[in-house]
Design a protein. Structure first.
Length: 168
């Protein structure tokens, strides 16, 4: 796992040995490694990953799929099908990713009260777009307009799982 560590940026590379070399883009994938109980990263590295994702990826509706300072970041999901398809993983917010973030946050900080603060806006969102459910995706930039399917089972399921993890 240490080969993935990007010391210059303080989090993991997204891709190693790609066609253009190693890709240092900030993406949420690395949170899955941190959320594991086995400890894939050293404690200080895991904390750095959580902190970087907290600063750049976490929104009120989930996590961006790409940091807003990264090349190729797409602030909103729209346009013709090819443009929308290209935006999915270039900054679009996915609610279901909150589970990996909260799991990683709990692993690093062990603070359920702090972890709850990341989940509460999604609970509030249940009263909005698609009452009683969560949308598929949201724009990467504020006001994080809802996009895609009005109801997405994996968004709701991950919220329920995460609420249990934080004791709500």
């Amino acid at each position: 796992m240490q080969r993935y560590w990007n010391a210059a940026r303080g989090y993991c590379f997204d891709v190693l040995d790609g066609p253009d070399g190693n890709d240092p883009s900030l993406r949420p994938n690395q949170l899955f490694a941190v959320s594991l109980h086995a400890g894939a990263l050293a404690p200080e590295q895991a904390r750095a990953v959580v902190d970087a994702c907290s600063r750049e990826l976490v929104t009120s509706y989930g996590l961006r799929t790409l940091g807003p300072r990264e090349p190729g970041y797409c602030a909103s999901y729209g346009g013709p099908p090819a443009e929308r398809d290209g935006a999915y993983h270039q900054g679009t917010v996915w609610p279901w990713l909150i589970g990996a973030f909260v799991g990683a946050h709990l692993q690093v900080y062990g603070d359920r009260a702090a972890a709850r603060t990341f989940v509460e806006p999604l609970v509030d969102a249940l009263a909005g777009y698609g009452i009683g459910t969560l949308g598929e995706i949201f724009d990467g930039d504020p006001p994080h307009a809802p996009r895609g399917a009005i109801a997405q089972a994996w968004s709701v399921a991950e919220l329920i799982r995460t609420l249990d993890a934080v004791g709500l």
